[in-house]
Design a protein around this ligand. Structure first.
Ligand SMILES: Cc1cc2nc3c(=O)[nH]c(=O)nc-3n(C[C@H](O)[C@H](O)[C@H](O)COP(=O)(O)O)c2cc1C
Length: 159
Protein backbone atom coordinates (compact mmCIF):
# COMPACT_ATOMS: atom_id res chain seq x y z
CA UNK A 1 0.00 0.00 0.00
CA UNK A 2 1.20 3.52 -0.78
CA UNK A 3 1.10 4.77 2.80
CA UNK A 4 3.38 1.94 3.96
CA UNK A 5 5.95 2.75 1.30
CA UNK A 6 5.63 6.47 2.02
CA UNK A 7 6.22 5.82 5.74
CA UNK A 8 9.13 3.43 5.20
CA UNK A 9 10.82 5.85 2.82
CA UNK A 10 10.36 8.81 5.15
CA UNK A 11 11.56 6.90 8.26
CA UNK A 12 15.08 7.15 6.83
CA UNK A 13 14.75 10.90 7.29
CA UNK A 14 12.45 10.78 10.31
CA UNK A 15 8.84 10.83 11.40
CA UNK A 16 7.18 12.07 14.59
CA UNK A 17 6.09 9.79 17.41
CA UNK A 18 3.35 11.73 19.18
CA UNK A 19 2.40 11.15 22.82
CA UNK A 20 0.59 13.76 24.96
CA UNK A 21 1.40 16.52 22.47
CA UNK A 22 5.16 15.85 22.64
CA UNK A 23 6.73 15.05 19.26
CA UNK A 24 9.80 12.79 19.22
CA UNK A 25 11.65 12.09 15.99
CA UNK A 26 11.96 8.40 15.20
CA UNK A 27 13.93 6.54 12.58
CA UNK A 28 13.10 3.01 13.64
CA UNK A 29 9.74 1.35 13.23
CA UNK A 30 7.94 -1.19 11.16
CA UNK A 31 4.63 -2.44 9.93
CA UNK A 32 3.61 -6.03 10.55
CA UNK A 33 0.90 -8.48 11.36
CA UNK A 34 0.70 -10.18 14.76
CA UNK A 35 -2.26 -11.66 16.61
CA UNK A 36 -4.02 -11.20 13.28
CA UNK A 37 -3.84 -7.43 13.64
CA UNK A 38 -2.18 -4.87 11.40
CA UNK A 39 0.46 -3.16 13.52
CA UNK A 40 3.17 -0.53 13.64
CA UNK A 41 5.98 -0.96 16.18
CA UNK A 42 8.25 1.72 17.61
CA UNK A 43 11.46 1.55 19.68
CA UNK A 44 12.00 4.10 22.42
CA UNK A 45 15.09 4.37 24.61
CA UNK A 46 14.51 4.57 28.34
CA UNK A 47 16.24 7.95 28.57
CA UNK A 48 13.61 9.65 26.38
CA UNK A 49 10.89 11.80 27.90
CA UNK A 50 8.59 10.00 25.46
CA UNK A 51 9.35 6.77 27.29
CA UNK A 52 8.12 8.37 30.53
CA UNK A 53 4.97 9.56 28.74
CA UNK A 54 4.36 6.11 27.26
CA UNK A 55 4.37 4.55 30.73
CA UNK A 56 0.94 6.06 31.28
CA UNK A 57 -0.30 5.97 27.69
CA UNK A 58 -2.42 3.40 25.90
CA UNK A 59 -1.99 4.91 22.43
CA UNK A 60 0.49 6.69 20.17
CA UNK A 61 0.30 8.38 16.79
CA UNK A 62 2.91 8.47 14.04
CA UNK A 63 2.90 11.64 11.94
CA UNK A 64 4.79 11.30 8.68
CA UNK A 65 6.01 14.43 6.88
CA UNK A 66 5.76 14.66 3.12
CA UNK A 67 8.92 13.27 1.50
CA UNK A 68 11.85 15.47 2.45
CA UNK A 69 9.71 18.13 4.19
CA UNK A 70 9.84 19.48 7.77
CA UNK A 71 13.59 18.94 8.09
CA UNK A 72 14.00 21.61 10.76
CA UNK A 73 11.16 20.27 12.85
CA UNK A 74 12.52 16.72 12.61
CA UNK A 75 15.99 17.88 13.62
CA UNK A 76 14.62 19.91 16.54
CA UNK A 77 12.38 17.13 17.84
CA UNK A 78 15.25 14.67 17.52
CA UNK A 79 17.68 16.75 19.57
CA UNK A 80 15.49 18.45 22.19
CA UNK A 81 13.63 16.80 25.01
CA UNK A 82 10.08 17.52 26.05
CA UNK A 83 11.46 17.40 29.57
CA UNK A 84 13.10 20.79 29.10
CA UNK A 85 11.22 22.44 26.23
CA UNK A 86 7.65 22.46 24.97
CA UNK A 87 8.55 21.49 21.42
CA UNK A 88 5.25 22.34 19.73
CA UNK A 89 5.27 25.84 21.25
CA UNK A 90 8.93 26.38 20.42
CA UNK A 91 8.22 25.46 16.79
CA UNK A 92 4.95 27.43 16.65
CA UNK A 93 3.43 24.15 15.52
CA UNK A 94 -0.10 22.89 15.95
CA UNK A 95 -1.70 19.59 16.75
CA UNK A 96 -3.92 17.76 14.32
CA UNK A 97 -6.84 16.35 16.36
CA UNK A 98 -7.01 12.55 16.58
CA UNK A 99 -9.72 10.92 14.50
CA UNK A 100 -9.57 7.39 15.90
CA UNK A 101 -9.18 8.04 19.61
CA UNK A 102 -5.38 7.80 19.77
CA UNK A 103 -3.02 10.79 20.13
CA UNK A 104 -3.23 14.13 18.34
CA UNK A 105 -0.81 14.30 15.41
CA UNK A 106 1.67 16.94 14.25
CA UNK A 107 -0.29 19.28 11.96
CA UNK A 108 1.14 19.79 8.51
CA UNK A 109 2.32 16.21 8.10
CA UNK A 110 1.18 14.28 5.10
CA UNK A 111 0.01 11.15 6.90
CA UNK A 112 -1.09 10.15 10.40
CA UNK A 113 -1.15 6.60 11.76
CA UNK A 114 -3.10 6.20 15.00
CA UNK A 115 -2.24 3.19 17.14
CA UNK A 116 -3.41 1.46 20.31
CA UNK A 117 -0.62 -0.18 22.29
CA UNK A 118 -1.05 -3.96 22.27
CA UNK A 119 2.24 -5.02 23.80
CA UNK A 120 5.41 -3.56 25.24
CA UNK A 121 8.69 -5.25 26.08
CA UNK A 122 12.28 -4.18 26.78
CA UNK A 123 14.85 -5.27 24.23
CA UNK A 124 17.37 -7.45 26.08
CA UNK A 125 20.68 -6.47 24.50
CA UNK A 126 22.18 -9.78 25.70
CA UNK A 127 19.99 -11.51 23.13
CA UNK A 128 21.34 -9.40 20.28
CA UNK A 129 23.46 -11.80 18.28
CA UNK A 130 25.78 -9.33 16.60
CA UNK A 131 28.35 -7.98 19.11
CA UNK A 132 29.05 -5.05 16.80
CA UNK A 133 25.44 -3.93 17.19
CA UNK A 134 25.62 -4.35 20.97
CA UNK A 135 28.66 -2.11 21.24
CA UNK A 136 27.29 0.34 18.72
CA UNK A 137 23.87 0.77 20.29
CA UNK A 138 24.08 -0.39 23.92
CA UNK A 139 27.59 0.44 25.15
CA UNK A 140 25.96 2.65 27.76
CA UNK A 141 22.91 0.49 28.37
CA UNK A 142 19.85 2.70 27.91
CA UNK A 143 17.98 -0.01 26.07
CA UNK A 144 14.90 0.36 23.91
CA UNK A 145 11.40 -0.70 24.72
CA UNK A 146 9.45 -2.01 21.76
CA UNK A 147 5.83 -0.89 21.64
CA UNK A 148 3.61 -2.81 19.25
CA UNK A 149 0.67 -0.66 18.23
CA UNK A 150 -2.50 -1.90 16.59
CA UNK A 151 -3.29 0.46 13.73
CA UNK A 152 -6.66 2.07 14.42
CA UNK A 153 -6.67 4.35 11.41
CA UNK A 154 -4.43 5.87 8.73
CA UNK A 155 -5.30 9.05 6.90
CA UNK A 156 -4.01 11.93 4.87
CA UNK A 157 -4.39 15.14 6.84
CA UNK A 158 -6.18 16.96 4.06
CA UNK A 159 -8.67 14.23 3.17
C1 LIG B 1 16.53 11.01 12.67
C2 LIG B 1 16.40 10.62 14.13
C3 LIG B 1 15.81 9.40 14.45
C4 LIG B 1 15.66 9.01 15.78
N1 LIG B 1 15.05 7.80 16.07
C5 LIG B 1 14.87 7.43 17.36
C6 LIG B 1 14.19 6.20 17.67
O1 LIG B 1 13.71 5.46 16.79
N2 LIG B 1 14.08 5.85 18.98
C7 LIG B 1 14.56 6.65 20.00
O2 LIG B 1 14.43 6.28 21.19
N3 LIG B 1 15.16 7.84 19.73
C8 LIG B 1 15.31 8.25 18.45
N4 LIG B 1 15.91 9.45 18.16
C9 LIG B 1 16.35 10.35 19.27
C10 LIG B 1 15.18 11.16 19.88
O3 LIG B 1 14.37 11.72 18.86
C11 LIG B 1 15.75 12.30 20.78
O4 LIG B 1 16.52 11.75 21.81
C12 LIG B 1 14.66 13.23 21.31
O5 LIG B 1 15.29 14.41 21.75
C13 LIG B 1 13.86 12.61 22.45
O6 LIG B 1 12.82 13.49 22.77
P1 LIG B 1 11.97 13.36 24.13
O7 LIG B 1 12.96 13.40 25.28
O8 LIG B 1 11.05 14.55 24.10
O9 LIG B 1 11.23 12.06 24.09
C14 LIG B 1 16.07 9.87 16.83
C15 LIG B 1 16.66 11.11 16.51
C16 LIG B 1 16.80 11.49 15.18
C17 LIG B 1 17.41 12.84 14.86
Amino acid sequence: MDWMKETNDQLRRGAFLMVDGNPMTIGWGQFGIIWNKQTFSVYVRHSRYTYTLLKNASTFTISVPEAGAMKEELAFCGTHSGRTVHKMQALHAELSPARYGAQDGFAGCSLHIECRILFRTDLDEHLLEDPALVSRYYAEGDTHTMFIGEILGVYKENE
